[in-house]
Write a protein that binds this ligand. Sequence first.
Ligand code: SF4
Length: 346
Amino acid sequence: MSAGGMSSCIAATSRPSVVVLLSGGLDSSLAVKLMLDQGLNVLALHFVSPFCTCSPRKQGGCSLAARVAQNMGVKLRVMKKGMDYLRIVERPRFGYGRGLNPCIDCRIYMLRRAAEVMMETGSVCVVTGEVLGQRPMSQHRRALDLIERESGLTGRLLRPLSARLLPATIPEREGLIRRESMLALRGRARTLQLTLAKERKIEGFGCASGGCLLTDPVVARRLKDVFRYCPEWDERDARLTTFGRHFRIHEGLKVILGRNAGENARLEQLTGWLPVVSFRDKPGPTAGLRGVYGEQELAAVGRLLRRFAPKVTEGSVEICLRHNGQKKTWVAHESATTEEVRQWAI
Ligand code: SF4
């Protein structure tokens, strides 16, 4: 059964359900509230990827959405964007925004998965917090139409913040959702949304404009480097692009250096996967090695560690590599030069 041709048994239920994409930001939180105010059952879907910035990692990557869902008393389902999504980031059909953000493909990906949940739960439509004209790549009218069509949700994709500026969806035409109770917002300003959030007592939402590291030029550069030089890359490589200092010593070896105790600890946790290098007997940065190396490369890694250890200014330092229970030590006599750092930096 196609999404647009769902059986009329859904229309016969007294309290229809909708599936709402909830990032935990202002617009999607308002979308949830608009649906609740119509008396609808809401199932919120929250997508997590290595590139989300709104959610503290230690809380499972969905704390904002969880907080909003809890405050509004709606069920939340967390959906992971895995390798299938990362393959799309590598080769999007509809191109990138200003970084490596494939926003149109990304929306289509999430909405296709939301469409499956809609069918599974017998919901009448999928709802998003998109606003006409708010984002240059994915929220102009042609992009909204394209996304609706490509996600297989023709007639079943409701954008309540701009609904009165868009064609009526099937549930609106069937009288299950009141069109007149929805909004006609357009453009980038969020003043009205903030006022409505206050009026309707919506609390706990996060950064008003959302956050995605794929738009960050530094992360974009690192991810391009992964796609180019690391044919067997996986989710762990994608995650690594979001922290540390990154250097490519040569085509076959990348070095990731922690910038603080937290990042060093994250790199230390990777010892089962990546060889990890640090000073043998003094505090300093930790480095993860991704690729192949010999004596020459290890000497370069030792020089890099010295360069980014402010307390090491002179003398020799013992360096230690650990991997799969094995250890190897050597001595770094000098630090990497400014020219080397510039040449290796990704
Ligand atoms: S900004 Fe990031 S998460 Fe948002 S649509 Fe674009 S790629 Fe997807």
